[in-house]
Design a protein around this ligand. Sequence first.
Ligand SMILES: Nc1ncnc2c1ncn2[C@@H]1O[C@H](COP(=O)(O)OP(=O)(O)O)[C@@H](O)[C@H]1O
Ligand SMILES: [Mg+2]
Length: 324
Amino acid sequence: MAKLLEIKGLKKYFEIKKGFFSKPVFLKAVDGVSLEIKKGEAVSIVGESGCGKTTLGKTILRLYEPTGGKIVFEGRDITHEEAKNLMWYRRAASLVQQDPYGSLPSFFTIYKILEEPLIIHKVGTKEERREMIYKALEAVKLTPVDFFASKYPHMLSGGQMQRVCLARAIILKPKFIVADEPVSMLDASVRIEILKLMRELQEKMGVSFIYITHDLATTRYFSEKLMIMYAGKAVEKGPIEKVIADPLHPYTEALLNAIPDPEPENRKKIRHVPPGEPPNLVNPPPGCRFHPRCPRAMDICREKEPPEVKIGDRTVACWLYSEK
Ligand SMILES: Nc1ncnc2c1ncn2[C@@H]1O[C@H](COP(=O)(O)OP(=O)(O)O)[C@@H](O)[C@H]1O
Ligand SMILES: [Mg+2]
């Protein structure tokens, strides 16, 4: 598979205190993340709340200006490309957000909501646009399409709204979609349905996906590759089956241990989750950011940041696997 997107050492720092008389204070939400995505590939990004997932997704989409590193999409370096030159990228890459209610304008019909991106990008005649809107509604299984096209957002359920958001994300036939916790605000009963629909769209359209979630258990429905984030860093990357069957990083292991086991037999086992909280990203701990919570921390982990090392088709940033 050909490469679609490459990010290298990507950083996004938020200036949370301006430095007029003293030094400015930065919150390092994303701090040197690298990742490659091939055409048609789905990658899940998993980590606890506040570890920088949304910031990473929005920076990749260039909704934020990166502080450092590089973003290359189809061979074009877009790291610092000006907004006026990014219209093609807005069309090629889209976002599905966590809150379907908050991301749809309440005073438009579903038809108008779906027509808006087509108008912005000057796509098709009125009739052609109608055709595209109906096709998108069909693709996300909101049928009869006439019925749903005439509704307003508040008339729909959360699951139906998220389908509209998906329809809007695919209507311009993008090559890449970032879905940021797309099911976390939905009822548990519709979550799997929406994830399966996303998977179906991904396979049918050959679109590449980043699926962002704090819930490692849901990634099995979706992706072939997994990236685990902790405190603004990628700690482990690899094919999903391998990472889940045999986690390398102690943090990945902890996340896996926190998933309730569907087997009643195993449920009785005491599951080990390291105590403590993720660190403050203004002043992260020295060395490995996970060391204060890591059951296997060594002296070096408190002093030096572990480099990313390749182990077969996997990558891990942990001193257990590096030359010291
Ligand atoms: N616009 C912003 N300004 C300042 N800090 C932000 C901003 N957006 C996010 N943050 C901070 O960056 C860190 C990562 O946030 P976020 O990317 O939303 O994490 P996640 O999506 O993994 O929950 C958090 O500490 C959050 O408070
Ligand atoms: Mg988030």
